[in-house]
Design a protein. Structure first.
Length: 295
């Protein structure tokens, strides 16, 4: 299939042009990235990042376009493919956060004709359709949440949910439901309130925002589930986390940190039906390296 036509159809369906983003904090001064990335990505910070072929034989889905994922594609030995990623960069949750591409990454993409399209906010924008699922709804579906409402705007999109979750108390919710169903037995738990569940908020990925905690609390939320909590070493993230946890303690909210990856990747898996409509084989690649990260 023609790459340009495929990318154009995906961008139209997911309204990629509707959501402006700013990734200049990583893009700027990266001379190597400037050599390989598309003019669209360098100028507008969205859409097709790399174009390494004119056609597409297979579509791969991932949360982060990591070296691990690129190596997994290479193992399949299928050339001229489109990798559709939630994020434009890989994530080091226990290090300095988002990181740029390595020399090995560029070599793999060129050798195997791997083009990369990312849809960050479009995949976060709340939807729970038969073929397209957002990050918050993807996690809610896995956890069995009875959704009562949607909240929190991010770059023009509503991205979070709140509702009821199973379990007798906070401890059981965290250990029996979240840990088991998301596949992470080492959650970051901050028990600042009573051992009650109350309404639960699902704020996938980097939801460690003090302002968002205030908004959730006003909706009646008493348990806040997100991805990132306190492990990232980037100064910005550390300052953000300090403010976030102080606010949670003040409001007596219980926090569950289940990792950036495991609160977002379900949407990619649950959206496979959409990408299958193009008549190409579609595969979600589980990033086993990210499965081990608790940020």
């Amino acid at each position: 299939m023609d790459l340009d036509n495929l990318v154009s159809d995906i961008k139209r369906d997911w309204e990629v042009e509707r959501y402006p983003e700013d990734w200049s904090f990583i893009i700027k001064d990266d001379k190597e990235l400037e050599k390989h990335a598309t003019p669209e990505f360098l100028k507008e910070n969205r859409g097709l990042i790399f174009k390494n072929s004119k056609k597409v034989n297979k579509i791969y889905l991932t949360c982060f376009p990591s070296t691990y994922v690129l190596k997994e594609i290479a193992k399949r030995n299928i050339k001229d493919v489109l990798l559709v990623s939630h994020h434009p960069f890989d994530w080091d949750g226990t290090g300095m956060g988002f990181k740029t591409y390595s020399k090995e990454d560029y070599e793999l993409m060129k050798k195997y004709g791997i083009s990369v399209l990312f849809m960050h906010v479009p995949w976060d924008a709340v939807r729970n359709e038969e073929k397209r699922v957002s990050t918050a709804y993807g996690t809610a579906n896995v956890l069995g949440m009875k959704v009562k409402g949607e909240f929190e705007e991010y770059f023009g999109a509503i991205v979070s949910l709140y509702g009821d979750m199973p379990g007798k108390n906070f401890d059981e919710l965290a250990k029996r439901y979240v840990a088991e169903k998301l596949g992470n037995n080492h959650l970051n738990l901050f028990k600042f309130g009573p051992n009650k569940i109350g309404l639960v908020a699902i704020v996938p990925g980097g939801g460690n925002s003090a302002e968002w905690l205030d908004d959730a609390y006003k909706l009646g939320v008493r348990t806040y589930l997100t991805g990132c909590t306190d492990r990232c070493k980037h100064p910005y993230q550390q300052a953000k986390t300090k403010e976030f946890l102080a606010k949670a303690k003040e409001l007596k909210l219980n926090i569950i940190g289940a990792s950036h990856y495991l609160t977002e990747k379900w949407a990619m898996e649950q959206s496979k039906l959409y990408f299958g409509k193009f008549g190409l084989p579609v595969e979600f690649i589980e990033d086993l390296a990210q499965m081990k990260v608790l940020d």
